[in-house]
Design a protein around this ligand. Structure first.
Ligand code: TXA
Ligand code: MG
Length: 344
């Protein structure tokens, strides 16, 4: 199967497939999502099956611009209204108390629901066509559980070859070009405002400082009792090749040592390193917004290089880089000992 160009006809067909309980992958400005009717528990169960994801992990409900949020959430605090006015449509997910009639399946059994209105025009057209704009699409990122999120239709095709074959779980992939933001939405929990204030569950393109400025109150880091979020598991967003972050001033030396032991090194850097020569090298822009845009495509490309490991030049630690650093830390989580083993 091929990815489908987004003609009005293709969107109408995709909406129909979703209404009948099938899955459709679609572009958003952050990453591609694997969508299902959020009010159809069987359809939502198909997402878990296709992704190989544990079914107690909640998924985000995507809604059309201007949708009635009170249909999905039972308490909509003033802070939610302020953030919606400032950042929707856009890469921000709000966690709110779930309305009683919303199926358990979307919230992984928790009493909250994650809601987001995406800004990508194809996502919006699809949401307007689906159930006449009054429905919600449960959509996690369109990748296998724990793997790198897709920012292009081709990435989705690569992830789900079997599920996209005739009679498979996924009816179509809508091709809307490369996702502009490139990393998943910022998630802020507003479901426990009275006791915890707003809590940043996942950093992203919209920063904690921007949220604080709009709400005029501090945004806390997650505590032990914060709602579970799979994107906040320690290991996540990982390519198959181990990823190791190395400080810029150690990069030359580490590459030399690895190559002396006959290891194949793939490198991702944002600065020039004239002394280094490797067969696979992805050079990413030195500003956080452009870096995020290219990050996942870069990791996928280097994952194809058949290297022993992917070395990533460690990034600055300031706030602007928080979203990207969060994803890289999780991509590298399982590979801490890899370098020692390859050098040993
Ligand atoms: O940018 C995005 O958010 C993308 C695009 C497709 O919209 N979606 C995405 O979905 O990243 P996913 O499922 O890969 O990550 C959603 C995150 C997960 O960490 C999930 O646990 C969390 O949102 N989440 C969803 N509903 C939640 C809830 N009720 N409480 C806590 N976390 C929730
Ligand atoms: Mg994901």
């Amino acid at each position: 199967m091929k990815a489908v160009a987004c003609t009005p006809c293709a969107i109408a067909e995709a909406a129909e497939a979703l209404e009948s309980g099938l899955l459709v992958a679609f572009p958003t400005e952050t990453v591609y999502g694997l969508g299902a009717d959020a009010e159809n528990p069987d359809a939502v169960a198909r997402i878990y099956e296709a992704k190989g994801r544990p079914s107690n992990h909640p998924v985000i409900v995507h809604v059309a611009p201007g949708a009635d949020i009170s249909y999905w959430a039972q308490q909509i605090p003033e802070q939610a209204q302020q953030l919606i006015a400032a950042f929707w449509p856009g890469p921000l997910t709000l966690i709110l108390k779930r309305a009683a009639h919303i199926p358990d399946a979307v919230s992984g059994g928790q009493d909250t629901v994650g809601i987001r209105c995406p800004s990508h025009p194809v996502a919006q057209e699809l949401l307007r066509a689906f159930k006449g704009g009054r429905g919600g699409l449960a959509a996690p990122s369109a990748n296998k559980f724990g793997h790198v999120s897709p920012t292009m239709a081709e990435h989705v095709m690569e992830e789900f070859t079997q599920e996209l074959s005739p009679g498979g779980l996924i009816a179509a992939v809508l091709d809307g070009g490369q996702s502009e933001v490139g990393i998943e939405s910022t998630i802020v929990d507003l479901s426990r405002l009275a006791t915890h204030g707003p809590v940043l569950l996942r950093p992203g393109h919209i920063s904690a400082a921007q949220l604080e400025q709009v709400m005029q109150m501090p945004v806390a880091s997650p505590d032990a009792a914060a709602p579970r979020a799979s994107g906040t598991l320690d290991a996540h967003y990982a390519p198959h090749t181990p990823v190791v972050q190395i400080r810029a001033d150690e990069l030359d030396q580490v590459v030399t040592q690895l190559q002396a032991r006959g290891k194949q090194v793939a490198l991702m850097s944002y600065q020039a390193h004239p002394a280094i020569q490797t067969s696979a090298w992805r050079y990413l822009p030195a500003d956080p917004v452009s870096y995020a845009h290219d990050l996942y495509a870069g990791l996928r490309e280097l994952d194809h290089a058949q290297a022993d490991l992917i070395l990533v030049e460690a990034l600055p630690q300031d706030q602007d880089w928080q979203g990207v650093n969060d994803r890289l830390r999780r991509a590298a989580f399982d590979s801490r000992d890899v370098l020692a083993r390859l050098l040993g």
